[in-house]
Each structure stands twice: as structure tokens, then as C-alpha cells.
Design a protein around this ligand. Structure first.
Ligand code: ADE
Length: 420
């Protein structure tokens, strides 16, 4: 058992182990990589600090990194996403230092990030860029050890690009989110299913027939809209980007401003990456009983301070559901304190999509280990060969076979002479 950790309850280890094994059944690509890493040890001698949602899927990634020889420490990338039985299993059975407790306050959250940095990482692995930004803000003495890192999510990549644009990023980072085998599947099908899962677990409301407002129409929102529509909800999309708005219209959804949508929505989900997408003036016109939640990385998309200020009373009416009583008698509901609803009120994305996302993480960590000398301090995309390899491995694992181009077809595609 590891000696350095801060977790809820080590007695949960056995339950965690069973659930991690259950997730592994849906993660065949990671299983293959684990076998390969155990033989080749591509991360031998490297200390790795990971700041990720601590779930059963993440535990399976940790197994792969350890099999590859990395000395890994893990902390949470969100105060509400940790699965406490998983932290216990990692500490008890994987000899890992873990710093994560579901429901930890902000101060503890950052103490845990500092503890992960105390590991003096050569490699960082982030989901939302809190680890890398803390490293650059207050722990710069550690930067000389760091050969590079990876970033899992859209919001983190945006932050890191802003750091690079400001000239402050001092290590290379691979944007795992940009891999097609990540955002096509994880952001769309993963967020789609797990967001609905979080809403249903938190409220048990029927979605059929409800006005279901989705803030944004990026990959995550597309998935949420698609799945809500599949459950019979009337989906309304709000956007600021004209192309995405057009796409939403042609995908069959109603598109309108948030102010219009606020008057008729029953359920609201934000997934834009921006602040105050649902603001005080929207809440002012919402119907009694409207339910709000967020599926974007940070809890800034719904103006919660404004809601807290206007409410005359707040009660927790179900495990992850807060009721806000407004002066005019209306009651508005907020799921999971406005944090990622899929991880706060449910278990995050299903293992089958995390299999691909985390295969990208493992192979990108290997790529950095092997190519560190040639990388500059900037944000890199995932090498195409990694993306294609993961797609092939996933198809193989699913038993799906695809055609190959004939020599004649290849020739046709590379010639310009043949026309009508
Ligand atoms: N992000 C979204 N879903 C996740 C999961 N199941 N595990 C880790 N990170 C996630």
C-alpha cells in the first residue's frame, strides 16, 4: 500500500477493485496497450503527475502507465468528480499516491494539486489545465524537470493555447482532445449519454415531451442534443457561432437566443466553455420548476452567485439537486452545484469511449518520452499515426472489419487526369 495519499476511506478498496475490473471489460484497447507497455517499458524512470477525474476508467489508464514503468501520482481534476472507492483501490492495490476526495473544498482541491506537483514530475497529464497552470504560476522551480505533458479536454486546450499565445507556456503539451478518436466519440457519445445519465439520476424526471435547452453546439452539445432528442425531448439549441447555429437548425432543432429559450425551457444544460451562459436575466424569466445543469468543464456557465443572491431560501431536495426559492414564489433547481453534471451526479463517460481517449493519453505520454528532445514549448496536436492506430485497434476489438482500397482505387484517388 502507498504511504502518501489523502482519500476518503481505504475500506472502500475492494468495491473499487470490482468496479475497475468491470470497466476494464469495455476497454480492450487499453488492455492491449497495457500488455505492450509491460513488455516495452516506454515510461521507465519517469515520474508522472496526473490531474484527472478519478473514475474506474482513469484507474485503468493508471494501470497502463504503471505497466509502462512510470512512477505515477494522481489528483482530482474537479472537486466533485472523484469516485472514492477508486481512490481506495489505487492506494491499496496499485501502490499509488492519490490525492482526491469527492466533495473536497476548493482549498483542499488545490492542496491536492500541490501534492501531485511535489512528486516533481517529468510528465504531466491534465484534464482542464489546473495542474499545468498551477505549475506555471507558483511552482516554476519544477519546470526544468518537465519534458512535456498531455491535456484531455477542450477547455484545457483553450487555456493552454492562451498560455502559449501569451508566451508563458514552458513545456510541450499534446492536446489529446484534438485527436479524432477522442472528440468524435468521447465529447459526442460520451458526453451525450453521461449528461442524460446525470440529469436522470439527479432528478428522475421524464425527458419525453420536455423543452430541453442545450447551450452551445460544439461536439459535447451535439451529443447531448442528439441523446435528449432520442429520449423524446423537444430540443432547443442556443449558439453564438452562426455556422454551428445553422448546423443545429439543419440537424432539426429549434435555435433561438437564451433569453427566448429561458421562457419556455424545462431543462437547461450548458456546454459552451464560457462564463454566464445562463445569467440572472435569464433566470428572471424562467418557469417555476426549471432545472439547470452544466456539462462544461468549469462551474462558471450558470451564474450561480447571482442565483444564490436572489434566492430567499436554498434546500438540498435530493442528493445532487438544490432548490432555490425566489422572492416571487418560483423555484429553480440546480444539479450538482453547476459542476460537470455527468461526473458529479453520474459516473462520467462510459468506459467504451474512455478506452479511446485514454489510449490517446497513454500513447501521447510514450510519444513525449521518445521525442522530448525535438519538442518545443507549445501545444501540439496528436500525431496522426496514433489516432489511426487507435481507430484500427478499436475496430479490431469490436470485431468490425473494413474494406481496403484496391490498387486501382488508390491510383484513381491520386490522379487528376480522369474526369467525366
Ligand atoms: N471525463 C468524462 N468521463 C470520464 C470518465 N469516465 N473518466 C475520466 N474522465 C472522464
Amino acid at each position: 500500500m502507498s504511504e502518501n495519499f489523502d482519500i476518503k476511506d481505504i475500506a472502500l478498496a475492494e468495491q473499487g477493485r470490482f468496479r475497475i475490473q468491470w470497466a476494464a471489460r469495455e476497454m480492450p484497447v487499453l488492455a492491449l496497450l497495457e500488455e505492450r507497455f509491460r513488455k516495452e517499458r516506454p515510461l521507465a524512470g519517469l515520474r508522472l503527475s496526473a490531474c484527472l477525474h478519478v473514475t474506474t476508467e482513469t484507474a485503468n489508464l493508471m494501470h497502463v502507465l504503471q505497466a509502462g514503468g512510470a512512477d505515477v501520482v494522481l489528483c482530482a481534476s474537479n472537486p466533485l468528480s472523484t469516485q472514492d472507492d477508486v481512490t481506495a483501490a489505487l492506494v491499496a492495490h496499485q501502490e499509488m499516491s492519490v490525492y482526491a476526495i469527492k466533495g473536497e473544498d476548493n482549498e483542499t482541491y488545490y492542496q491536492h494539486i500541490q501534492a501531485a506537483l511535489d512528486h516533481r514530475p517529468h510528465l504531466t497529464m491534465d484534464d482542464g489545465a489546473d495542474l499545468v497552470s498551477t505549475l506555471h504560476k507558483g511552482r516554476q522551480e519544477l519546470l526544468s524537470n518537465v519534458i512535456g505533458g498531455t491535456e484531455e479536454t477542450t477547455t484545457g486546450v483553450i487555456r493552454l493555447r492562451a498560455m502559449a499565445a501569451d508566451g508563458v507556456l514552458r513545456c510541450p503539451i499534446i492536446a489529446v482532445n484534438d485527436a479524432l478518436t477522442k472528440h468524435f466519440f468521447d465529447n459526442r457519445y460520451g458526453t451525450g449519454q453521461s449528461t442524460i445519465d446525470g440529469i436522470v439520476r439527479a432528478t428522475n424526471v421524464l425527458l419525453a415531451g420536455k423543452n430541453f435547452v442545450v447551450g452551445g453546439y460544439g461536439w459535447c452539445s451535439r451529443g447531448i442534443a442528439m441523446r435528449a432528442s432520442g429520449m423524446g425531448a423537444n430540443v432547443i439549441v442556443t449558439e453564438v457561432d452562426p455556422l454551428r447555429a445553422l448546423e443545429a437548425v439543419m440537424d432539426g432543432y429549434r435555435v433561438m437566443t437564451m433569453l427566448e429559450a429561458a421562457k419556455i425551457g424545462d431543462i437547461f444544460v450548458t456546454s459552451t466553455g464560457d462564463i454566464n451562459v445562463i445569467d440572472r436575466h435569464h433566470m428572471d424569466v424562467m418557469k417555476d420548476g426549471a432545472i439547470m445543469c452544466n456539462s462544461g468543464h468549469f462551474n462558471v456557465e450558470i451564474n450561480i452567485p447571482a442565483l444564490e443572491e436572489v434566492a430567499v431560501e436554498k434546500r438540498r431536495v435530493r442528493t445532487f439537486l438544490d432548490e432555490y426559492h425566489l422572492p416571487d414564489g418560483r423555484r429553480l433547481y440546480l444539479i450538482g452545484e453547476g459542476r460537470l453534471v455527468n461526473l458529479a451526479a453520474a459516473e462520467g463517460h462510459p468506459s467504451a469511449v474512455m478506452d479511446m481517449s485514454f489510449a490517446n493519453q497513454a500513447l501521447c505520454a510514450q510519444y513525449i518520452a521518445q521525442n522530448a528532445a525535438d519538442l518545443d514549448p507549445k501545444v501540439y496536436g496528436v500525431p496522426e499515426e496514433i489516432d489511426l492506430e487507435i481507430a484500427r485497434l478499436k475496430l479490431d476489438a469490436m470485431g468490425t472489419r473494413i474494406d481496403v482500397l484496391t490498387p486501382e482505387q488508390e491510383k484513381y484517388l491520386s490522379s487528376w487526369e480522369e474526369g467525366t
